[in-house]
Design a protein around this ligand. Structure first.
Ligand SMILES: Cc1ncc(COP(=O)(O)O)c(C=O)c1O
Length: 417
């Protein structure tokens, strides 16, 4: 099927400004993978040659088919060529949720669309019945969005929030599971943790942790902001009660797209926080949680185009590519004694995200030169580097050449003094 046909969104048509080309021949991926992925970058993305982008973990990049789908939708919406209101927020978007649910491995009625992971996390943190003295357990490496909802409940309702310290680098998958499960106490009602830790990219053994928590009667919430799209995922296999994700990080969606998974048996016990009519219509299942008022439907159209783009390349091919780039990244960092790798050595502990430390080096010059050379990094002394399918090996090489120049030189001066 031609890509332009695959990504067309509605009955009505407007001229597409974004040029959408078919994907390169998949056989090239086998014979010359570097050439294949370079063609994907050059033909499917808008990224200019001069940009090295290594911070997909904060926000991903929308490819051409996504931008084309959004443009087409916005033009058609303005022309009122279709008969439905061009919005979401009252609609239940059954077809889109069914397609997304099939990809994520859950039921349509367990899935709501939101704006981002933050909204999903807050919906769960605000929407569970908890009373003073109930405890929420989390790791010490949660994103602020993963902590704030529970912290607010602590101030408002007197719940207790306790953090479990996660070592970096972690020793093993088993160590991570043991740490969280053994911390569950008699007052623990909720275990809320990231499936992939934001600051370090460490993959948590979600299934083992959720199974153990369930056996102890503890509700599990998984912050999956970095999971969907970065690693193979089937929500029903995770065994969690709630999950929130941000397809705009790893699934090619435009900014402002989120998913909230509510395991079927938990649908009725969660209170929606942003409400309009139908807030109490439990027969709507998860769709009750996307009755948020008028919203921009073009972002949902873009999210669905991103999902189809991912499916057309093949999520297993995407994972294979980004993980092999991450392993290369890990090796490049580990070969430099003046750097510290904060991700676990076992490559089951990371997907794409690899985090490095600089052993106390001065970093102002590094960030300044990175900007000058158009190398886009997160800019933190614990530096989380991301690789996606548009990342070139040359981008990593340019970054490490700069690190050698700034941090390597500092280290050798120190050792010769
Ligand atoms: C683990 C984790 N949770 C939540 C968030 C918040 O995501 P969003 O800004 O898409 O709501 C992030 C963002 O980086 C994150 O890393």
């Amino acid at each position: 099927m031609m890509a332009a046909a695959m990504f067309s969104v509605a009955a009505g048509k407007a001229d597409m400004k974004s040029d959408v080309k078919p994907l390169p021949d998949a056989r090239l991926r086998g014979t010359d993978p570097e050439r294949y992925w370079l063609k994907v970058r050059e033909e499917q993305f808008f990224l200019p040659k001069w940009r090295a982008f290594l911070n997909n973990g904060s926000l991903g990049v929308a490819p051409r088919p996504v931008v084309a789908a959004i443009e087409e939708y916005i033009e058609n919406a303005a022309a009122l060529v279709n008969d439905d209101y061009p919005r979401w927020g009252y609609e239940t978007l059954d077809e889109e949720r069914a397609e997304m649910a099939e990809f994520l491995g859950c039921k349509k009625d367990e899935l709501a669309f939101t704006h981002n992971a933050t909204e999903g996390i807050s919906t769960v943190a605000m929407g569970l019945d908890l009373k003073a003295g109930d405890e929420v357990l989390m790791t010490d490496r949660e994103h602020p969005s993963g902590k704030a909802g529970w912290q607010q409940r602590a101030q408002r309702h007197g719940i207790t929030v306790r953090e479990v310290k996660i070592p970096h680098p972690p020793k093993s998958v088993g160590q991570l599971a043991d740490l969280l499960v053994s911390a569950i106490g008699p007052r623990t009602k909720v275990l809320s943790f990231s499936g992939i830790l934001s600051p370090t990219g460490v993959i948590m053994p979600v299934r083992e942790i959720c199974a153990a928590a369930r056996a102890k009667g503890v509700i599990t919430f998984v912050d999956g902001a970095h999971m969907n799209g970065q690693i193979p995922l089937k929500l029903s296999d995770l065994g969690c009660d709630y999950y929130a994700g941000s397809p705009h990080k790893w699934m090619f969606a435009p900014a402002g797209c989120g998913i909230l998974y509510i395991r079927e048996e938990n649908l009725d016990r969660l209170w929606p926080s942003i409400v309009t009519g139908d807030w109490d219509k439990k027969e709507l299942k998860a769709a009750r949680f996307m009755k948020l008022g008028t919203n921009n439907r073009a972002t949902i159209v873009g999210m669905m185009a991103g999902l189809r783009f991912l499916k057309s390349i093949g999520p297993e091919n995407v994972y294979e590519r980004i993980h092999s780039l991450a392993k290369r990244n890990y090796a490049m960092a580990a070969s430099r004694p003046y750097l510290e790798v904060l991700s676990g050595e076992d490559d089951r502990l990371y997907g794409s995200l690899v985090t490095i430390g600089f052993r106390g080096a001065k970093l102002d010059d590094l960030w300044k030169k990175a900007r000058e050379r158009k190398i886009w990094v997160y800019g933190s002394p614990e530096l989380r580097l991301s690789t996606h399918i548009h990342t070139r090996v040359a981008d990593l090489e340019a970054f490490y050449a700069l690190v050698d120049e700034v941090v390597g030189v500092q280290a050798s001066k120190k050792s010769s003094n």
